[in-house]
Structure formats: structure tokens, C-alpha cells
Design a protein around this ligand. Structure first.
Ligand SMILES: [Zn+2]
Length: 266
């Protein structure tokens, strides 16, 4: 994947932190009273930290892929939070009925509970990526925990479906120094999105929501969807009715739905 340039050891957010720290030390050493430059730098620093940790496209900690090449009329569909015996099969059936493919970012714990579903995703021509072992930002809070969550989920998929996924989407799209460390250690590619559908809220008119996504979709987009609730028994995402309308709308716009790796020509 050509956008998957190795995640660097330092990035713009590190430079911003170093600048703020140096400035603060200079104030202390020179006995300068804080004034508007400190207020401005402080606001910039805080804003930078928030942007870097909540927006994968900002590439604050990792070189995430958030869209693909636009030369061909294709968009990638991506489904998070599964697999779930109550909801995933219907998503797979809808994709198959349209000859469409997608990437599923699955949770290792759910794969361990439902290994046959992981195999069905693979057998349907779709791609498997990992979303961590459990849906918890705490699992990504330290480098050791982040790496363990990632590798445990990879091992679950290897056992269930015989594939070792190289694509990762952290829960909530949260990016941290710990994620960077785990990504560098395991040489995986972090995948974000360019269009968010908010289907996981499970509220609203699925057809209306699908229409809004189709209206925004351009070649190279990566669409964030969910094939399951975050935790078993939770409110289900908008599901097959929205997906059906989405696939029909994309086709009418001349856009083919593929997996993330296919979008990148793999
Ligand atoms: Zn999720």
C-alpha cells in the first residue's frame, strides 16, 4: 500500500511539544512572565494534541491511510466491531448480492467466540483487518498493552481463518504514542476513513443516511460502517437496509465498492 510509508519516530506533534517545552523552560530560566505568546503557544499545543489523538487523517502519531487513489471509480467499504452472529451474516449477504467487497476490522474476542463468521468473511472475498482484541481505548493506553491487543487479535484471526492481517483500525480511531510504538513494532498499516456514516448510532432513516453518503462519495473514499454493535446485545447499527441503498446508490454513481487493499490495487 503506497500510502503506508513507515510511521516515523517523530512527527509534527512531537515538534510542537518540544517547542512548547523549550519555550516554557526559557521562560523559567530567563525569569520571563508569561504573556500572550505563552497563551498562544499553549492553545496551539493543546489544539495540536487533541487533533493528533482524535483525527487519524492529521497523522499526528501514525501514518494512517484515510483514502485511496482517485484514478479509478472505486470506494472502499469498511465494517468495524464484528463479527456478531446476529448481524454480520446479513451484511455479508447484502455485499454478495451486489458483488461488492469490503474490509472487516474485527475484534479478537468476538473472533474467538465466533470463528466460523471470520471464515465466512474471508470466503466471501472480503478482507480481514483488526480492531483490537476488545473494544477499549484503555487497551491502547500504553505501548505494551497496545502491542498485546494488536498481536492477540492477529493470533485470533490466524487461528480462525488462517490469515495474519496487516491492517489495523484502533477503536474510536484514537491515535496515541502507544499506538505509534505498537505499529512500528509490528509493521502494520493503520486505516482510518474519509466518510463517516454514523450508522452505529442505530438511529435515523437508513435510506436517508445512505443517500447522504452517496452524495458525498468520490473515487478513493474509505467509508466507515459497522456490521455489529460495539458490545454483544447493544443497539444494532443501521444495517442491511442502509447498505442495500448505499450499494445501489454507489453503483448508480458509477462507483464500485471494494476492500481497502483493493482500493490500493492490491
Ligand atoms: Zn469500533
Amino acid at each position: 500500500m503506497s500510502a503506508a510509508a513507515p510511521t516515523p519516530r517523530v512527527s509534527w506533534v512531537d515538534a510542537l511539544c518540544a517547542t512548547a517545552a523549550t519555550w516554557a523552560w526559557a521562560d523559567v530560566l530567563l525569569g520571563r512572565a508569561p504573556g500572550w505568546p505563552e497563551a498562544a503557544l499553549g492553545a496551539l499545543w493543546l489544539g495540536g494534541l487533541v487533533l493528533a489523538s482524535t483525527t487519524l487523517a492529521a497523522r499526528g502519531y501514525v501514518r494512517a491511510v484515510t483514502r485511496g487513489p482517485s484514478a479509478r471509480p472505486r470506494v472502499a467499504l469498511s465494517f468495524d466491531d464484528g463479527p456478531d452472529p446476529a448481524t454480520t451474516q446479513a451484511v455479508l449477504d447484502t455485499l454478495a448480492a451486489h458483488g461488492a467487497r469490503a474490509t472487516f476490522f474485527v475484534l479478537g474476542a468476538k473472533v474467538d467466540a465466533h470463528p466460523a463468521l471470520a471464515r465466512r468473511i474471508r470466503d466471501g472475498g472480503c478482507e480481514l483487518g483488526v480492531h483490537g482484541y476488545e473494544h477499549s481505548w484503555r487497551a491502547w493506553a500504553t505501548p505494551g498493552r497496545a502491542r498485546a491487543s494488536l498481536e492477540r487479535a492477529q493470533a485470533s484471526l490466524e487461528r480462525a481463518a488462517g490469515v495474519r492481517p496487516r491492517l489495523v483500525r484502533p477503536p474510536y480511531g484514537i491515535s496515541t504514542p502507544a499506538l505509534r510504538s505498537a505499529v512500528r513494532a509490528t509493521a502494520v498499516t493503520v486505516v482510518g476513513w474519509s466518510i463517516r456514516t454514523f450508522d452505529s448510532l442505530g438511529r435515523g432513516d437508513p435510506l436517508e443516511r445512505a443517500r447522504a453518503v452517496v452524495a458525498r462519495a468520490r473515487p478513493g473514499d474509505i467509508v466507515l460502517l459497522h456490521d455489529a454493535p460495539r458490545t454483544a446485545g447493544g443497539r444494532p447499527p443501521l444495517g442491511p437496509a442502509m447498505l442495500e441503498a448505499l450499494l445501489t446508490g454507489l453503483a448508480a454513481k458509477g462507483l464500485t465498492a471494494v476492500s481497502v487493499s483493493e482500493l490500493w490495487g492490491r
